[in-house]
Ligand binder design. Structure first.
Ligand code: ADP
Ligand code: MG
Length: 484
């Protein structure tokens, strides 16, 4: 059944309508075949699929017909697209996955489709729906604040730089082709549309600049649209926003790849560079170090840089799979626990296990099943820590973590909109007067109501200091103060 068998498009068709018993079946290409896909009506254009099969989740703008379908407990995104593009995108997404780059996960392609009359239909590319992801309009519809925009820009810049580091030229950077997930106080960005991408061994400066030029044009248009729709208000200015993206990209790229030269007496600068990259969330897997003949000058350049420094460390210690900034926050809490409980000299892995049992798990146990679709566990933990901090400030006492978790669930989590695939979010699409029934982020027809209020976002905005995540100048200054 999954033997890559199928009809070549030139082969005459013997029987109609198509059934699994005759030779007229579509062809499934997948690394992980899934028999639950068989009963779907592949002989019907995606646009005309019965709504009972579809799931309404927010999504960005698209050229192709894109629908979300539920397959068992999973939700897949289905995109109808011509064959060579479907294959190209499928392979690129597989490559990106192998290279550990944030992108949606490919599931398979259904090709050689024909309708009931035997006319060919375009293949469908399936990707796994990225859980807890937010298309940009879901973020902007809440009336976006300057700090949020700044954090979204940082996430985009990191994504573009990470793709460039692995030799991926995107060719179509745009807001609709990026998904965001919460990452502690920041966001993490994922690639969702690889159709125009190319993988090279390494990108030349010219290729990177070309990609940035496309990004600039597309994003400028996207931000102008948002502005025209009243979603981006003063003091945001589309031109300034895109300039910021390009400037931050160049700063980050420079820090990641620059050649540095210094006298042989300043060997500490190698470690300093590594620390700075770690602070930006990157690991140096290989550093090129050269000395001149008399060892008076040293030249260093990071050769292999991987993102996810803290994420990998947390994963190693606890098995928790998180975003980078969530990992930083959890590791900080783990350190606090370690020193606070007098275990500074105990093996780190042992302490990490105890922290999981005594701190992390008890917090998660406070979250009722029905509220779990609102945030990822690591994000909940991060928000509980913040909640505890504010409460402690207000009440001038230290708050036990479980008490904070209870308060957070009651005061914050209950009121938050769903961001994942809760059973509530999975209600089949019905004709309730949505502007577009397959894209609830567009709201209801004649809907004059304000978008849902997200109390967490609002509270976080009041207190968040200027994001230092990508402030390379500040990192350099701090390092310089440390090693004068
Ligand atoms: N795997 C996925 N998870 C979450 N959202 C997705 C996924 N695939 C597609 N989408 C949503 O559908 C939209 C359109 O998909 P995309 O691949 O960009 O189509 P197109 O090639 O037509 O532009 C995206 O902006 C995104 O919001
Ligand atoms: Mg797209």
């Amino acid at each position: 059944m999954f033997d890559h068998r199928g009809l070549s498009s030139s082969k005459p068709l013997a029987h109609f309508p198509c059934t699994w018993k005759n030779d007229c079946v579509p062809r499934f290409i997948s690394a992980t075949p899934d028999s639950r896909l068989l009963p779907f009506p592949w002989d019907v254009p995606l646009e005309n699929w019965p709504v009972e099969l579809l799931v309404a989740l927010p999504r960005g703008l698209s050229r192709h017909v894109v629908r979300f379908i539920q397959v068992g407990d999973s939700v897949y995104a289905a995109k109808e697209v011509i064959k060579h593009l479907a294959l190209h995108e499928y392979r690129l997404l597989q490559d990106l996955h192998r290279l550990n780059t944030p992108a949606v996960e490919p599931v398979g392609i259904i090709s050689e489709r024909r309708d009931k009359k035997g006319n060919p239909l375009d293949p469908i590319l399936l990707t796994r729906h990225l859980e807890f992801s937010l298309p940009y309009r879901a973020l902007f519809s809440a009336g976006v604040r300057q700090e949020t925009v700044s954090r979204l820009l940082d996430a985009m810049v990191v994504l573009i730089a990470r793709l460039h580091l692995v030799g991926f030229k995107w060719g179509d950077v745009s807001l609709s082709n990026i998904l965001f997930r919460r990452d502690a106080g920041d966001f993490a960005a994922y690639l969702v549309d690889a159709e125009t991408g190319e993988i090279h061994t390494a990108l030349t400066t010219g290729q990177r600049e070309q990609d940035l030029e496309i990004a600039r044009t597309n994003l400028y248009g996207d931000f102008l649209d948002l502005q025209a729709g009243g979603l981006l208000r003063e003091p945001h200015d589309p031109l300034r926003i895109v300039d910021t993206i390009i400037a931050r990209y160049h700063d980050l790229w420079d820090e990641l790849t620059r050649v540095e030269e210094f006298p042989g007496t300043q060997m500490y600068r190698i470690e300093e560079r590594v620390r700075r990259l770690n602070a930006l969330g990157f690991d140096v897997a290989e550093m090129d170090i050269e000395t001149t003949g008399d060892e008076s000058t040293i030249r260093i350049q990071p050769k292999v840089v991987d993102a996810g420094h803290h994420m990998r460390r947390l994963m190693r210690l606890t098995g928790l799979d998180t975003e980078e900034n969530q990992a930083r926050r959890l590791l900080n809490d783990l350190d606090t626990y370690r020193f606070g409980t007098g275990q500074a000299h105990t093996d780190e892995a042992v302490v990490a296990h105890k922290w999981l049992m005594e701190v992390f798990e008890p917090v998660m146990q406070q979250v009722p099943e029905e509220l779990r679709a609102k945030r990822e566990p690591a994000q909940i933990f991060h928000e509980v820590l913040d909640y505890r901090w504010y409460k402690a400030q207000r009440e001038s006492r230290s708050i036990p973590i479980v008490e904070a978790a209870k308060g957070y669930v009651h005061d914050v989590l209950q009121g938050l909109p769903d961001e994942a695939l809760s059973s509530d979010a999975l209600v089949p699409v019905t004709d309730k007067g949505l502007v577009n029934p397959f894209d609830p982020s567009l709201g209801y027809e004649d809907d004059e109501e304000e978008p849902p209020y997200d109390p967490w976002e609002a509270a976080a905005e009041d207190v968040l200091e200027e994001s230092r995540y990508l402030d390379i100048a500040a990192l350099r200054a701090r390092a310089a103060a440390k090693y004068p």
